[in-house]
Design a protein around this ligand. Structure first.
Ligand code: IDP
Ligand code: MG
Length: 140
């Protein structure tokens, strides 16, 4: 067993559609446990720092504007192989290319407005979890 934690974000397009519960149901149906969760609005400079790795990409400014355009739900997911498992449950970045029944295929609208974020490695998961949560806010 490799029990891991990963950071998930339900993005502004999904909170606008009022589908937080539907996404959470998918997460839980796949055996992941939501062990921390809060609904917040990201400041632009927070979104810039969070996505700093993409600062040289042509879509960076648009991504930052989008991520700070409305509420997001940040959450810590725990379970067997949580990082890779959640990436599988999410589907490809572009909803049009995502596997059937993945969260992005079902709920995403475009390559940018793609409903959810999930950490891409255990190292980034740790960094991203501590970006949003104090250890006292996480109950395993
Ligand atoms: P990921 O979320 O699947 O890990 P990344 O390449 O890390 O994908 O990109 C981060 C986020 O930036 C994506 O989830 C999406 O919201 C946005 N994004 C990625 N590629 C594009 C693009 O080509 N155009 C517009 N937005 C993009
Ligand atoms: Mg990524």
């Amino acid at each position: 067993m490799d029990i891991q934690r990963t950071l998930s974000i339900i993005k502004p397009d999904a909170t606008a559609k009022n589908i937080t519960g539907a996404i959470n149901a998918d997460i839980e149906a796949h055996g992941l446990r939501i062990i921390a969760q809060k609904r917040i609005i990201l400041a632009k400079n927070q979104a810039e720092r969070f996505y700093g790795v993409h600062s040289d990409k042509p879509f960076f400014q648009s991504l930052v504007n989008y991520m700070s355009s409305g509420p997001v739900v940040v959450q810590v997911l725990e379970g067997e192989n949580a990082v890779g498992n959640y990436r599988d449950i999410m589907g490809a970045t572009d909803p049009a290319k995502a596997e059937l029944n993945t969260i992005r295929q079902k709920f995403g609208s475009s390559i940018e407005n793609n409903a959810v974020h999930g950490s891409d490695s255990t190292e980034n998961a740790n960094r991203e979890i501590s970006f949003f949560f104090a250890s006292t806010e996480i109950t395993g």
